[in-house]
Design a binder for this molecule. Structure first.
Ligand code: NOJ
Length: 546
């Protein structure tokens, strides 16, 4: 794959601690990932995005980087990364790493220097501010993790430093040209090693408003809510200067061929579409679309997002979709077992690049973590609020043996496997026809073979019953078009055949059912009278009549 490979790619997101442990320390590692590339190829992954594997004190499990151009021993070595990149490329799989620009670890040599004195040449690489006259922090900005002040006082130099996340994660000052140059060099280091792109962590938080004014209070905040939402994020998130940051990243990537940049931003589709930039001044290839992660799985929401992409996508834009990640509850838990396949039917047939979170292809749900096994600092800082991320980071399930094959039998996995692992695992589901894994693989296969599904337009059908979402994908160079119907309700819903076909521009049905989330697809034909079963999702191919 070359050129705009990322438009057609299925991106598979790996949380490396939890994918495959090769050395028995209970933590997944790079050789473990390499050993599973054949599985990923079989599944149909075209690219893997690996959450951070750089040296780190692991206060935030790798999102606190202390050396950007090496690998943490828990994950292996730089030679292991080289081997992984080459083994992936041999299989035509791209490798996307995580780039963490907003902050470093407080143990990064840059921060240690910066903290050492007010006159250190790297002092301005981080945000240092004087206390207010009463000694309190310079403004009311809050840390995302505990909702307390985002400023930490340093006794040694008598100033506060900014940390949007943990106090172990001081924010970098990207307005300083030396910081930019150093960070761009890091991108080049990895691009030259063969890395195909970066997912850019909290990209939309990097540029703070230069005036450092208070954030306005959030009038809707209540005690049971995330404590950091007490104030809004007006001056700390998606500020006007963010486009300058996006350009710095994109320009560096464009020094090389065929690289992808993915910006992490939890924004409305209208807002995220502004992060594509323009054809003359492009920004991110894929500003990440979190809508399906942060909204309820309803027909109205999904339909609205498809509409919004059709409306707001700039000429150089391309949509993308994701159902789960390492920070939020898994899709199967949020949408429920009856709708899990429908989510994936959408993910792989809607217009745009899909990102699949490891284990979702098995239907993995959140795993309950006993209190004595909690690892995530967010849970430890805000107990009981349900913000902890361990339940969605549990080990991948490979087989029905001890620890589901994630680590050696005598080892202790860093997080528990969960009770379903003995039957919900790759080896069992590969053998079982009708399993979630076989369903996802088949869906990806159908997608790969169809220009209409990979690159075609999408037309939403407007004349369907309330509970049913429907859309058509077509491409001028593909003789087949595709119809997707998803029933969001627990009821059988009759469809108005005449209205459906007339909206699709067909006079007589010539539909072939390729895949059904419920029931036997070979038995399904849209003929009169037609109806869709409770929670059923259907994928048809058809040809336009001449
Ligand atoms: C977003 C990442 O996805 C999350 O896991 C991390 O804790 C924060 N950024 C801070 O880097």
């Amino acid at each position: 794959m070359s050129g705009e490979w990322w438009k057609k790619a299925v991106i598979y997101h790996i949380y490396p601690r939890s994918f495959q442990d090769s050395n028995g320390d209970g933590i997944g590692d790079l050789p473990g990932i390499t050993s599973r590339l054949d599985y990923l190829k079989w599944l149909g992954a075209d690219a893997i995005w690996i959450s951070p594997v750089y040296p780190s004190p692991m206060a935030d499990f790798g999102y606190d980087v202390s050396d950007h151009t090496d690998i943490d021993p828990a994950f292996g070595s730089i030679a292991d990364m080289d081997a992984l990149i080459s083994a992936a490329h041999n299989r035509d799989i791209k490798v996307v790493l995580d780039f963490v620009p907003n902050h470093t670890s407080n143990e990064h040599p840059w921060f240690l220097e910066s903290k050492s004195s007010r006159t250190n040449p790297k002092r301005d690489w981080y945000y240092w501010k004087d206390p207010k006259p009463d000694g309190s922090p310079p403004n009311n900005w809050l840390s995302r993790f505990d909702g307390k002040s985002a400023w930490k006082f340093d006794d040694g130099t008598g100033q506060y430093y900014l940390h949007t996340f943990l106090e172990e994660q001081p924010d970098l000052n990207w307005r300083n040209p030396e910081v930019r140059a150093a960070m761009q060099e890091i991108l080049r280091f990895w691009f030259k090693r063969g890395v195909d792109g970066f997912r850019v962590d909290v990209s939309y938080r990097v540029m703070k408003h230069p005036d450092f004014e208070d954030n306005p209070l959030n009038p809707d905040w209540t005690e049971r809510m995330d404590p950091s939402f007490r104030v809004t994020e007006k001056n700390t998130k998606n500020t006007p200067d963010i486009h300058q940051f996006n350009r710095w990243i994109r320009e560096t990537a464009d020094e090389f061929d065929n690289k992808v940049t993915i910006g992490e931003m939890n924004l409305s589709i209208e807002q995220l579409c502004k992060h594509f930039g323009t054809p003359e001044k492009p920004e991110f290839h894929l500003p990440f679309n979190f809508r399906l992660i942060f909204s309820a799985w309803t027909k109205e929401n999904v339909k609205r997002y498809i509409h919004e992409f059709n409306e707001f996508l700039p000429v150089n834009g391309w949509p993308n979709w994701v159902l789960s990640n390492h920070d939020q509850p898994r899709f199967a838990t949020r949408a429920g077992a009856k709708q899990t396949r429908n989510g994936h039917l959408l993910l792989f047939t809607v217009k745009g690049t899909p990102t699949l979170y490891y284990g979702d292809e098995l239907g993995m749900e959140n795993v309950e973590i006993p209190p004595d096994r909690v690892q995530d600092p967010w849970e430890l800082l805000t107990p009981g609020l349900g913000l902890g991320r361990d339940p969605v980071r549990t080990p991948m399930r490979w087989n029905d043996r001890t620890h589901a094959g994630f680590t050696k039998p005598a080892s202790t996995p860093w997080l528990p496997l969960g009770k379903d692992a003995s039957h919900q695992n790759v080896s069992t589901q590969r053998k079982t026809s009708g399993s979630m894994l076989r369903f996802v693989k088949e869906l990806i296969q159908i997608r790969k073979e169809s220009k209409a599904l990979l690159l075609g337009d999408i037309n939403l059908l407007e004349n369907l019953p309330d509970a049913v979402l429907g859309y058509v994908r077509h491409h001028i160079d593909d003789s087949n078009a595709y119809l997707v119907l998803i029933n969001f309700s627990d009821e059988t819903v009759p469809l108005d055949e005449a209205a459906l076909f007339s909206e699709m521009g067909l006079t007589r049905p010539s539909l072939h059912c390729l895949l059904a989330t419920e029931g036997d697809q070979n038995e399904i034909a849209l003929h009169s009278p037609i109806s869709i079963l409770p929670n059923q999702g259907l994928l048809f191919s058809f040809q336009y009549e001449n």
